[in-house]
Design a protein around this ligand. Structure first.
Ligand SMILES: Cc1cc2nc3c(=O)[nH]c(=O)nc-3n(C[C@H](O)[C@H](O)[C@H](O)COP(=O)(O)O)c2cc1C
Length: 171
């Protein structure tokens, strides 16, 4: 890395491209505080402990999801079927909730044991209660303990990964 501004910019771009090659999954994170519900596309999701079973999710501070997880103390993580890849683009903005018909942006959902929404289309889900919230600059890493998990489709359903799309996040 050089000291010149262009060398710095080139390095920033290179570093981003390197980070974009890191493989990751794609998920929808459900959150809720009182009557407010949201669902958001995310790829910064990973298991971080066997015992207890802990899942960490990196959430942008300005996101509605951030507010709802911080307030509600729980979140769901669902996988996305490769056949339902259109879902991912539908959840990159705060959702429109139709509580009466039980839909988020038109997709049917139900509330899990912690009250957070879970998309009915999702092949598999976990629900987590927040145990730690680590402040990391422009994101918070919420670490939750799995309190429920299940399949809603055949266990062999192929799930979407970032590499199946032309999208990137992070870098
Ligand atoms: C492919 C993809 C992956 C994303 N991954 C994350 C992520 O891991 N964490 C995050 O905070 N936002 C992520 N986002 C951005 C959120 O989906 C987006 O900022 C959303 O507007 C925030 O949601 P909310 O305001 O409805 O909560 C990703 C977006 C895309 C397109």
């Amino acid at each position: 890395m050089g000291d010149q501004p262009t060398a710095r910019e080139d390095y920033d771009k290179l570093r981003r491209r390197v980070l974009w090659t890191f493989p990751s999954g794609l998920y929808v994170i459900g959150s809720r505080a009182g009557a407010r519900r949201n669902a958001m596309t995310a790829n910064w999701v990973t298991q971080v402990s066997f015992e207890p079973k802990l899942i960490g999710v990196g959430i942008e501070k300005p996101a509605v999801t951030h507010e709802l997880i911080a307030e509600g103390g729980a979140f769901s993580v669902t996988t996305v079927s490769r056949e339902d890849r259109a879902i991912v683009r539908k959840f990159t903005k705060p959702v429109e909730v139709d509580a009466e018909n039980g839909t988020l942006n038109g997709f049917p959902f139900h509330d899990g044991v912690t009250g957070v929404p879970i998309l009915d289309h999702a092949p598999a889900y976990v629900e987590c209660e927040v145990r730690h919230a680590v402040d990391l600059g422009n994101h918070t890493f919420f670490i939750g303990e799995v309190v429920d998990a299940g399949f809603q489709a055949d266990e062999a359903t192929e799930v979407l990964r970032m590499e199946d799309t032309r999208m990137n996040y992070g870098g």
